[in-house]
Design a protein around this ligand. Structure first.
Ligand code: NAP
Length: 219
């Protein structure tokens, strides 16, 4: 598959780009927002597209055109306010969905957040973030696109454990694992791309006991 990674300079996005670049079955274009990021990618021989999620849908259509799939792993980050959360995590995501629909790209993998589907679990100070993730996910579910929504728990900068737990609605107790290495999230994204068991599915993801292949095949 030809895959556009949006948020390609991010901590998960970079790993997804590298995995796709090394894959025999996929090729990748990295969607980034700074000229120097384009240069860095080009020096590594990786295709890059310079764009901005705050720009018009027509610009995003240019980026998506000719792709087989889109991975959306962008986010405004913890140091910006609720305005940027709305503009990137919600409107940015929906604009990329619209662009994909407009140019006939059907496959869409979204990085959301653990519990974004369940209002009762949202912590008070993170509410705007969860609202953005929740409604972006809803829009994707209703878009008619062939979606996979991955909702990881707390992200760790550790090597992959290659052991995960996934479910449409993971019940987690106090003593359970609530985190997952970013590298495992990237692997789940790449493995999901052409695994039809993950199509039209939304699931929570944390470190667990199953291999990635096995866990995704049980969805
Ligand atoms: P990250 O490192 O902050 O990456 C986000 C990327 O989005 C950055 O590369 C950033 O670009 C890009 N971006 C922001 N605004 C943009 C714009 N206007 N146009 C184009 N690109 C833009 O995030 P991560 O750690 O990889 O996480 C990926 C996703 O997982 C995020 O959506 C996050 O909310 C979600 N998540 C996080 C946690 C957690 O524990 N932190 C848990 C679950 C889910 P620059 O590099 O240029 O800044």
């Amino acid at each position: 598959m030809k895959v556009l990674v949006v948020g390609a300079n991010g901590k998960i996005g970079r790993q997804v780009v590298n995995m796709l670049e090394e894959s025999d079955t996929h090729s990748v274009t990295a969607f980034v927002r700074k000229e120097e990021q384009v240069e860095e990618l080009k020096q590594k021989g990786i295709e890059a597209y310079l764009g901005n999620l705050e720009g018009p849908v027509t610009d995003l259509e240019e980026a998506v055109k000719g792709m087989d799939a889109v991975v959306f792993s962008a986010g405004s980050g913890g140091s910006t306010g609720a305005d940027k959360t709305l503009l990137i995590d919600l409107d940015g995501a929906i604009k990329v969905m619209e662009a994909a629909q407009n140019v006939g790209v059907n496959r869409f993998v979204m990085v959301s957040a653990f519990g974004a589907n369940n209002r009762e679990g949202w912590s008070r100070d993170m509410r705007p973030y969860y609202v953005a993730k929740h409604y972006a996910d809803k829009a994707l579910e209703q878009s008619g696109l062939e979606y996979t929504i991955v909702r990881p728990g707390g992200l760790l900068d550790e090597p992959a454990k290659d052991k995960i737990k996934v479910a449409g609605n993971l019940e987690i107790s106090e003593s359970d694992e609530k985190t997952v290495p970013r590298e495992d999230v990237a692997k789940v994204i790449v493995t999901s791309l052409d695994n039809e068991k993950t199509y039209r599915k939304a699931f929570d993801l944390v470190t667990g006991e199953q291999s990635i292949e096995e866990a995704l095949n049980q969805l």
